[in-house]
Design a protein around this ligand. Structure first.
Ligand code: 13P
Ligand code: SF4
Length: 333
């Protein structure tokens, strides 16, 4: 944990966060890539789809979103009357950065016979220019509901789009964005691990490039990876996504071994998301205390972005986020 700023010295942060949460009638939502101490105090931990559903269904007045900005913006778009706070407003995403709204609008205009199926990892302005939003856990199901003759632009993640195209045989025009974290996984390091643990299955996120995904026994969202690792009879699982998710695996199955695939040459921290890492307990405390930084979006953009997001929730079906269902707190909570 980082050292506490002088002004917060002596505070029992966990107790203070709990007190403020009750005072503010707040719910704390966290993504699986958050630091363990944040995952452990959250009311709900999930993948992007689960978190969107939860944000749309909560009764709380304040949503404290421990994730990245596009996730908190999604919560605001789906619950516009609620106050949505993000501990660090600089928690962005390389996929969002790769897709500036003006360039995306020009790309759409150049292909007027295509609809835009857009990954949720993008700005509210890009969502507003899209027809249907997808997450990694809902993309295939949604794609299967779009008539075969309909031409599709898929952005901003070219690896997720390419994976879907290969798996379904559906041709799509791909926006050339990437996730800097999943792009960095090393095939060499993965092959070394596979040689060392020949019985270990590999679970990979579809944001990984083909040279990683092609070695995977399961390709899926963070929640799908977690479910797979817990259900697998194997003693060891190799995990090709941001390694903070391993915290949930170790809590639920302490007798098993989960190994994060390294990035780069195996000696860097480049398999960790630098944006997710910006959120800390201290910043969460301050955000709950001050109700800042908070997500503010212009009403027109919000209204336009809500349409493709609601289409996603309709087309993805399911019940997560309604009431208290969804991925529950795991063993040891
Ligand atoms: P999930 O929807 O799988 O949680 O993905 C979120 C994300 O940002 C992965 O990099
Ligand atoms: Fe964006 Fe990649 Fe971080 Fe996910 S892991 S938030 S896609 S930069």
């Amino acid at each position: 944990m980082t050292e506490q700023p002088a002004s917060l010295k002596g505070l029992d942060l966990l107790a203070e966060i709990d007190r403020l949460k009750r005072e503010r009638n707040a719910v704390i939502l966290a993504h699986y890539y958050q630091k363990p101490e944040i995952q452990d105090l959250a009311d709900f931990v999930g993948d992007s789809l689960d978190l969107s559903r939860k944000a749309a269904a909560t009764d709380a007045e304040v949503i404290a979103f421990c994730g990245v900005r596009f996730m908190a913006e999604t919560a605001k778009i789906l619950s516009p009357d609620k106050t949505v706070i993000l501990p660090d407003m600089d928690a962005g995403c390389s996929l969002e950065d790769s897709c500036p709204p003006d360039q995306f609008a020009a790309f759409r205009a150049a292909h007027p016979d295509h609809i835009a199926l857009t990954y949720i990892n993008c700005s509210a302005a890009v969502k507003a220019l899209s027809d249907v939003i997808v997450t990694s856990s809902s993309a295939e199901q949604i794609l299967s509901q779009i008539p075969a003759e309909q031409k599709i632009i898929f952005g901003p993640d070219r690896h997720l789009g390419g994976y879907l195209a290969r798996k379904t045989g559906r041709e799509m025009l791909l926006w050339p964005g990437i996730c800097i974290v999943h792009q960095a996984f090393s095939e060499t390091e993965l092959l070394k691990l596979k040689a060392e643990y020949p019985d270990a299955p590999v679970a990979a996120h579809p944001e990984c490039p083909p040279h990683i995904v092609d070695h995977a026994d399961l390709v899926g969202s963070t929640r799908a990876i977690l479910d797979f690792a817990l259900a697998s009879p194997a003693e060891t699982t190799l995990v090709a996504t941001e390694p903070h998710i391993i915290h949930q695996m170790e809590k639920a199955a302490p007798h098993k071994r989960f190994i994060g695939v390294p990035g780069g040459d195996g000696n860097c921290n480049c398999n960790m998301c630098p944006y997710m890492a910006l959120n800390t307990l201290e910043k969460l405390y301050v955000a709950l205390r001050d109700l800042e930084p908070r997500i503010e979006l212009d009403p027109e953009t919000m209204a336009a972005a809500r349409v493709p997001l609601e289409r996603m929730l309709d087309m993805a079906g399911g019940t997560v986020g309604q009431g208290d269902v969804g991925r529950p707190k795991l063993a040891g909570d």
